[in-house]
Design a protein around this ligand. Structure first.
Ligand code: CP3
Length: 364
């Protein structure tokens, strides 16, 4: 297989030695980039952008043209899966994602079926293949999906929510229905991620954006157990290369030990945990990805450099198994030039850490 020329990201996920700490940013292709807004306008809407492989490829590459990033992430959305399950996804201006047919009735939940990723989600597989061709041997491509619980939040609430009233009512009153939604969705996500791997994705990530809203017991039963099921069903190797997996539960800091034992290769952490302590807690099992507060990117270049060095120092110098990232997606209001400051600071400082070069001014 044609290995990526820069495979630092894959090596760090597998806890192999690297010359520096690799970095990419959640939502790195997005509205903070004027060229993204221009392409989205050309597409007509966000959803049409996702559904056009050529344009999805174009926006995936935009942040890589500007910054020295160590990975590309497929441009798509976690909600393509429930859309393919027939819920009717649409985005209304200022309101975020919505479903025409949220899951409220027992019959609709009983009728849920697993979509064929090569049929209903063909446009995603086409985008993955096209992006891989365009990337050539430069950097690895990350595929992704939402966790079953996070997808269920949108499917049951019908859109974004702050309290998750309907989802939690279902968890406590009708756990059988919630388990039905989660098991069909887990199977859909497993097939979807395996199809992305088959189409060329070289690592995969599960976004569990809302698992952190659950009680400790409910997190295990309704979120982590289904992610574990997906991880157990993933294709682990393609063309002789391991395909690493990353699990990111936002707000999951209290449960890092059990997330680390879910069968993933790396755990994503938000900014509420100290990455050095997280590393102690997960031991040698997994790599860590994170964890700069995305709001640091609003501050001065000096603050950005200081805060990113603090994370690299906390993880520990001269060590592997860290992929630098934000603790959540980049804000649309981020000044694009601040992203360059971050990426370059991570690269330069982590190289210095490895070399223990006393002449390196950055270490001072
Ligand atoms: O990281 C990347 O660059 C890849 C692309 C990506 C998007 N969404 C593009 C997107 C990824 C990985 C996602 C995942 C996603 N989508 C999550 C999990 C990560 C997280 O943020 O917690 C969630 C919860 C969604 C659902 C979703 N999609 C929401 C809530 C929204 C509205 C957000 C907002 O700020 O308005 C979206 C839309 C969306 N997905 C945008 C992008 C670039 C903005 C759409 C636009 O151009 O208007």
């Amino acid at each position: 297989m044609n290995r990526p020329h820069n495979d630092t990201f894959l090596r760090a996920l597998l806890r192999q030695p690297t010359d520096y700490t690799p970095v990419w940013l959640m939502r790195q292709a997005g509205r903070y980039l004027p060229e993204y807004c221009e392409t989205r306008k050309r597409a007509g809407s966000f959803l049409q952008l996702c559904k056009s492989p050529a344009l999805a490829c174009e926006v995936t590459l935009q942040p890589l043209a500007r910054y020295d990033l160590d990975a590309a992430i497929l441009f798509s959305d976690i909600l393509t899966v429930p859309d393919a399950m027939g819920l009717g996804l649409y985005f209304s201006e200022g309101e975020g994602p919505r479903f025409e047919r949220p899951l409220r009735e027992e019959w609709a939940i009983r009728d849920l079926a697993v979509p064929d990723p090569y049929d209903h989600l063909r446009y995603v597989m086409d985008a993955v293949a096209e992006i891989r061709r365009a990337l050539g041997n430069s950097v690895p491509l990350i595929g992704f999906a939402g966790s079953p619980f996070t997808l269920a939040c949108y499917m049951v609430e019908g859109g974004s929510s702050s309290e998750f009233r309907q989802v939690k009512t279902m968890i406590y009153d009708r756990p059988d229905l919630m388990h039905r939604i989660l098991s069909v969705t887990a199977e859909a996500v497993t097939k979807y991620l395996n199809a992305q791997i088959e189409s060329g994705a070289q690592a995969v990530m599960l976004f569990d954006s809302w698992g952190g809203c659950l009680s400790a017991a409910a997190y295990q039963e309704f979120s982590l157990s289904y992610m574990r099921r997906i991880l157990a069903g993933l294709v682990r190797e393609r063309d002789g290369q391991r395909v690493p997996s990353i699990v990111f539960t936002k707000g999951g800091g209290l449960w890092l030990e059990s997330i680390a034992e879910s069968g993933c290769d790396a755990v994503g952490i938000d900014w509420t945990v100290d990455i050095g302590e997280a590393r102690q807690r997960v031991g040698q099992h997994v790599a860590l990805q994170g964890n700069l507060d995305p709001n640091v990117l609003f501050a001065s270049p000096e603050a950005i450099v200081r805060e990113s060095k603090a994370i690299l120092d906390a993880f520990g110098p001269n060590d592997t198994g860290h992929v630098f990232n934000l603790g959540h997606g980049i804000s649309q209001f981020t000044p694009p030039e601040h992203v360059a400051v971050l990426v370059d600071a991570v690269h330069e400082y982590s190289r210095c850490q490895r070399q223990k070069n006393s002449a390196c001014q950055l270490l001072a």
